[in-house]
Design a binder for this molecule. Structure first.
Ligand SMILES: Nc1nc2c(c(=O)[nH]1)N[C@H]1C(S)=C(S)[C@@H](COP(=O)(O)O)O[C@H]1N2
Ligand SMILES: [Mo]
Length: 459
């Protein structure tokens, strides 16, 4: 085995002592091989497979050409020759062998590519941070690369008594103020929204990929409102407005501002925000659905009542079984998903695997994650990877030996408030099957005897 094999297979893990096979390592997951029946049936999924197949075939042939069992004493070229010069690329890129790790739109989901979504490849990521170039995107009117020297952020009141002094900030002025850096997840309220009635999409990229996590840097919104002299007693809401054409305005409760939680971010994972993520300024509202994280933030209005904007009155509402809509259910409840093994992956052999996934809660820290490999009859407590942070993704894992039989893999998270992630039966009892938003049900993956993993729902 050489390092190229390692990269080409995408997934190689060392097995613990008692599971070591003759080679000492198992090649465990091969992702998105073509020829999966469930994929071909689905036009949407077929496009997925089509997009990734060439890259995968190239990978497979490079792996076999290099030879998984090549004599390790035969030194490859890269151990003998001269490598590439420094700074041949001023901004580094992932290995060419990782070319199939892409965020992907879902063909047919939206009518235009500007009012659309691309999903993060959760099945290919480790730890909790989403690389900025793989952060999911949700734009209502396309994205822009806005000149930061021309961008402004205004703070004003709904009437002239609500702030003492309306202010207009340049980006430079905001960057001079005391800053905070915090890790938080952002999840679109519509994440997993296609699965309310039945299984609709094949992979965890599409079931759960409107989810990302970054270290964001910025200035607490309270600092700016203090400078403007907001009347906190009377004004218990703010309205956030973006500088794109989507007219996405969102009401944010003043509690989230006064607590210091909501902040105006310019940084993401150590550098400036990406244009797709709202460069040069975006609102970060930890624990709250993505739509409130207004990008290209240009105005904050302080007010004494919720604004009931179009995206609060007719979108981002929950259709209840009674036929009524529920409004302002903004907090993302506790949720989790197993990312390996997950739909579209193939287990190459029985034996040892690490089940791994992500858990999160908009109400604080994840306290515990349980994993079941028998359809929810028995649960085992998973390991939580440190650090476990509030309103942030938490990575969990569990050792598992696959016996080669069909297996249902699930995870169930609990947060520090004691709230336990519901299964589909429980969730549908209170929410029905016709909502779009806020589906936090337990996800089930079926590992077939062939090793192929499929998205399934248990009744
Ligand atoms: N200005 C602006 N802000 C916006 C949006 C938008 O279209 N325009 N989309 C919202 C929605 S619905 C979500 S889920 C998140 C997505 O953020 P991302 O594209 O950085 O993942 O941004 C929110 N903020
Ligand atoms: Mo969203």
């Amino acid at each position: 085995m050489n390092s190229q094999d390692n990269a080409a297979s995408g997934r190689l893990i060392k097995a613990p002592e008692n599971f070591i096979d003759s080679a000492g390592v198992h090649q465990v997951f091969s992702e998105a091989k073509s020829g999966r029946r469930d994929f071909v049936r689905n036009a949407f999924a077929a496009a997925v497979a089509g997009a990734s197949a060439p890259a995968l075939m190239a990978q497979a042939s490079s792996a076999s050409a290099e030879g998984g069992d090549a004599n390790i004493l035969n030194l490859p070229e890269h151990s003998k020759g001269l490598g590439q010069s420094v700074a041949s690329d001023g901004y580094g890129k992932p290995s060419k062998y990782e070319g199939n790790v892409q965020r992907r739109p879902s063909p047919g989901l939206t009518q235009t590519a500007q009012a659309s979504v691309s999903f993060a490849p959760l099945q290919s990521l480790f730890g909790i941070v989403t690389p900025s170039g793989l952060h999911f995107e949700r734009h209502h009117q396309g994205w822009w690369d806005i000149d930061p020297s021309k961008h402004r952020l205004m703070i004003n009141g709904s009437d002239e008594t609500m702030v003492k002094k309306p202010l207009v900030f340049t980006v430079d002025e905001i960057m001079r103020l005391p800053s905070v850096s915090r890790f938080h997840f952002i999840e679109c309220g519509a994440n997993t929204g296609m699965e309310w009635g039945n299984v609709a999409v094949p992979t965890c990229q599409y079931t759960h990929g409107m989810l990302s996590c970054s270290e964001f840097t910025g200035v607490p919104l309270k600092t700016l409102l203090d400078m403007a002299g907001a009347d906190y007693k009377r004004c218990r809401y703010v309205l956030a407005e973006g500088a794109d054409g989507s007219s996405m305005t969102r009401t944010v409760p003043m509690d989230l501002v006064e607590s210091g939680e909501a902040f105006v971010a310019y940084g993401q994972n150590g550098e400036m925000l990406r244009p797709e993520q709202g460069y040069p300024l975006r609102l970060v509202v930890p624990g709250v659905q993505g739509v409130s994280w207004v990008k290209y933030l240009r105005r904050i209005e302080v007010g004494d009542q919720p604004y009931g904007s179009k995206d609060e009155a007719i979108h981002y509402v929950d259709l209840m079984p009674s036929g009524l809509h529920r409004q302002y259910s903004s907090t993302q409840e506790c949720k989790s998903v197993v990312t390996t093994p997950s739909g579209g992956q193939v287990l190459l052999d029985k034996g040892f695997y690490q089940i791994s996934g992500l858990a999160w809660s908009g109400r604080g820290k994840v306290k515990r994650v349980d994993v079941s490999v028998d359809g929810g009859r028995n649960w085992k407590q998973a390991r939580l990877q440190e650090p476990v942070m509030s309103k942030c993704l938490t990575r969990f894992s569990l050792d598992w030996v696959w016996d080669g039989r069909p297996t249902l893999v699930q995870s169930r998270a609990m947060d520090e408030t004691g709230y336990v992630q519901p299964n589909y039966k429980q969730l549908r009892e209170v929410r029905g099957t016709r909502s779009i938003y806020h589906n936090n049900a337990i996800q089930s993956w079926l590992v077939r005897e062939s090793g192929e993993v499929e998205n399934v729902q248990l009744s």
